[in-house]
Design a binder for this molecule. Sequence first.
Ligand SMILES: [Zn+2]
Length: 341
Amino acid sequence: MTGMWQTIGHNKAVSSLARALGEARMAHAYLVVGPPSVGKMTLAMDVARALNCQGDMPPCGACTQCTRISNALHPDVRLVELETDDRGRLRTAISINQVRDVQREASLKPYEGRSRVYIFDGADRLQDAAANALLKTLEEPPNQVVLILLASAVESILPTILSRCRRVDLRPVGVEIVADHLVQHYEFDPHKADEVARLSGGRLGWAIRAVADPELLEQIGQQVEAVERTVQSGLESRLEYAAQLATRFTRDRADALGELDVWLGWWRDAMMVEEGTPELVRNTSRMSELGAVADRMDKRSIAEAVRSVGRAVELLERNVNPRLAIEELMLAIPMPQPVRQ
Ligand SMILES: [Zn+2]
């Protein structure tokens, strides 16, 4: 592998991109797919640097081009993301105007670099008109332009867009890679690093945020407790919880999806305990609670719970009515049986 790639742990993706770059056969459009905070943006920025780097081994990370890209000062590298509305709330989709701005600019020669790079953060959140406009650019890509589309799920992406992008899948990296990074770069003690790395589920960006913001860990703790309370509770409080979470979803999608991610992690943990592999548990501080649930449920019910959470996330990402999706989840989560004698 050559160059100073800042992407950590996605060696296959990096070496394949580095090879394409070395052999001058980069695609005009990439679709990078992976869960939130897994490293999609870091990889996209690496590609932007690599395409414009003046060093011998791109991306060198040190030349003027690399530095200006890293500092978001490079006029040829643009980020297209969800904008906020007049009331300061994040819009739910990337608009056609944003795509048109890109198209106008993309037809011009790069100002100072070799390539114009447009990074679409949320390619799964394009308005229909925006997606169709983007398709035109993908069908006839201008020279010296590379589009990098980032998405956490491919289900909401038009097949015609999918078929015109070279796809790069990023999966969570090994927990030990995350832990090692926290020890090396953030002077974490190994025990704490291991705890945060497990909680991150192999998403380095999440772990780095948790390092910078201790409140995030506290918040996760509270969410885990809410999950445990809800699992133990009856139908009425479950539906109350569903209504609450649905309201939060309408206000702040990412926040509510984050909480469902906690649900998913917790049920996967229960499965690990049930299967006798507690060393794979994410929520290491909840071993006794997880053990109690594993004692009171069989493997099939736990597996059903894991599937149900996954299905709810999928429905929400497809813009199904959030209250319905979360209520369905609450009904599908099995009630724990009294302790077996
Ligand atoms: Zn460079």
